[in-house]
Design a protein around this ligand. Structure first.
Ligand code: ZN
Length: 145
């Protein structure tokens, strides 16, 4: 793994906390939706599992290994989308990817909520793929429904 870039201390704290104690860090047996994400630039390698019923994400989990940025973003994402509709989760993923790869425009920042802590990573372009990995996996998992 590439060493972590130095971010604003407060954000660093949140990222390190989610890295140490990732939420929803579990495999879900017989998931209704699944995807695998791999980032060769850093070695981040995560599996994403969803159990969707009636269009609502009843349970979500992820397993694998990666740097603190990729792991914490997966932890935060999964805790944000549990209980939400798959459609809302897919929109959130699209908004976050746009937020990370484009010049900040309009109200993207307000739409992604606490995920905006990764804004500082935009100064380290090689690490942007670490933040977006699990979001691409979510889009991939949701694409057939
Ligand atoms: Zn990484």
């Amino acid at each position: 793994m590439i060493p972590e870039p130095k971010l604003n201390d407060l954000y660093q704290e949140v990222i390190l906390d989610h890295n140490r104690r990732p939420r929803n860090f579990k495999e879900i047996p017989n998931p209704s939706h699944y995807s695998h994400g791999y980032n060769p630039l850093c070695g981040d390698d995560f599996h994403l599992y969803l159990r969707v019923e009636g269009g609502i994400i009843q349970d979500v989990g992820f397993k694998g290994q990666g740097c603190a940025i990729s792991k914490s973003s997966a932890s935060i994402l999964t805790s944000m989308i549990k209980g939400k509709s798959l459609e809302d989760a897919r929109k959130l993923a699209g908004d976050f990817i746009d937020f990370m790869v484009e010049e900040n425009k309009g109200d993207l920042k307000s739409r992604i909520g606490r995920l905006s802590i990764y804004e500082g990573v935009k100064e380290f372009p090689v690490r942007v793929k670490c933040t977006t990995l699990i979001f691409h996996a979510l889009q991939d998992a949701a694409k057939d429904s």
